[in-house]
Design a protein around this ligand. Structure first.
Ligand SMILES: NC(=O)C1=CN([C@@H]2O[C@H](COP(=O)(O)OP(=O)(O)OC[C@H]3O[C@@H](n4cnc5c(N)ncnc54)[C@H](OP(=O)(O)O)[C@@H]3O)[C@@H](O)[C@H]2O)C=CC1
Ligand SMILES: O=C(O)[C@@H]1CCC=N1
Length: 267
């Protein structure tokens, strides 16, 4: 079991994960934060401002890097005292590989890439994991911890990590853009903006929950919405013309995925 996780950089993503763990009933004492400017920590969670304070406490057996990938090179030297041989280094840093983590924190017990999304806050995030150097026990400990935030899985091929990041880590951003565009389109065609947003959000929520609960795939479900000779087919035809939506999303995921390699190169 991971007894104490030190979250180094607790912004949007680290904060969402911490909120998810606490909402699931985890003991706040199981977590500590190292963040120089975070206004406050949740009740019961220790907040350190400087690495030396966390080092002196020496209470953690894993750290989770929640700062930006572009900060790895400058911050790693100051974190060596927190990443000794009994400590597992977990990283949220998009693009940064296990080999780069191992080079940045060579003394650590093992290295884990973790890719959640913001739905961790409500324990509904996929969490993709990739490790280097972990034994079976440490693998199980990681899976158990991250599974609390939704569904955690090990990826067996790190070459695909940036692609799953684009799909599952960045994915909520694309879905939010879609909901916004759906509401915007209805507004342009005559609906009040507030009503359009409410209807678009409720529709995506219901459609997603139904798909998650259904044995049928999303392609089949789309066809079930389209009554023969009815209205929906006309709209699907617009999305399908020249595989317009498919092509747009291939380009969207490609651009997102490729930025991962760029971030890795800069680190
Ligand atoms: N946002 C998302 O949906 C996802 C993000 N990620 C990854 O999570 C990481 C964080 O992203 P995100 O949460 O969006 O970014 P944020 O900017 O919200 O969070 C980064 C946090 O790190 C803090 N920080 C800055 N410098 C230090 C330091 N020297 N020591 C400790 N903490 C520091 C920041 O403080 P301050 O604000 O004061 O600078 C901030 O609280 C990235 O590596 C990203 O790739 C992964 C999956 C999804
Ligand atoms: O935009 C980013 O780089 C991070 C990684 C996945 C989601 N947010």
């Amino acid at each position: 079991m991971i007894n104490q996780l030190l979250i180094i950089g607790c912004g949007n993503m680290g904060g969402a994960m911490l909120a998810g763990w606490l909402a699931a009933g985890e003991d706040p004492a199981r977590f500590a934060i190292l963040d120089p400017a975070l206004p406050e920590a949740p009740a019961g969670v220790i907040l350190y401002r400087e690495a030396a304070e966390a080092e002196a406490a020496g209470a953690h057996d894993a750290v989770m890097l929640g700062f930006k990938p572009q900060q790895l090179r400058s911050l790693a030297p100051g974190l060596q005292g927190l990443t000794g041989e009994s400590v597992t280094v977990c990283s949220l840093l998009a693009g940064i590989t296990c080999a780069q983590l191992a080079a940045a924190f060579p003394q650590a017990r093992g290295h884990v890439r973790v890719m959640p999304n913001l739905a961790a806050r409500i324990n509904k995030s996929p969490v993709i994991l990739q490790e280097a150097g972990l034994d079976e026990g440490a693998r199980n400990d990681c899976l158990t911890l991250y599974d609390i935030l939704g569904t955690a899985i090990w990826l067996d091929d790190e070459a695909r990590f940036d692609l799953v990041t684009a799909l599952a880590g960045s994915g909520p951003g694309f879905v939010y853009r879609f909901i916004d565009a759906l509401a915007g389109a209805a507004t342009e065609l005559g609906l009040d903006r507030a009503a359009a947003e409410q209807l678009a959000l409720a529709t995506v929520d219901g459609a997603s929950s139904l798909a998650a609960a259904s044995d049928a795939g999303p392609g089949d479900l789309a066809d079930r919405v389209a009554s023969p000779g009815g209205m929906t087919r006309e709209g699907l035809n617009v999305l399908d013309e020249g595989a317009a939506l498919h092509r747009l999303l291939v380009e969207t995921l490609r651009a997102t995925r490729d930025k991962g390699a760029e971030l890795a190169k800069g680190a």
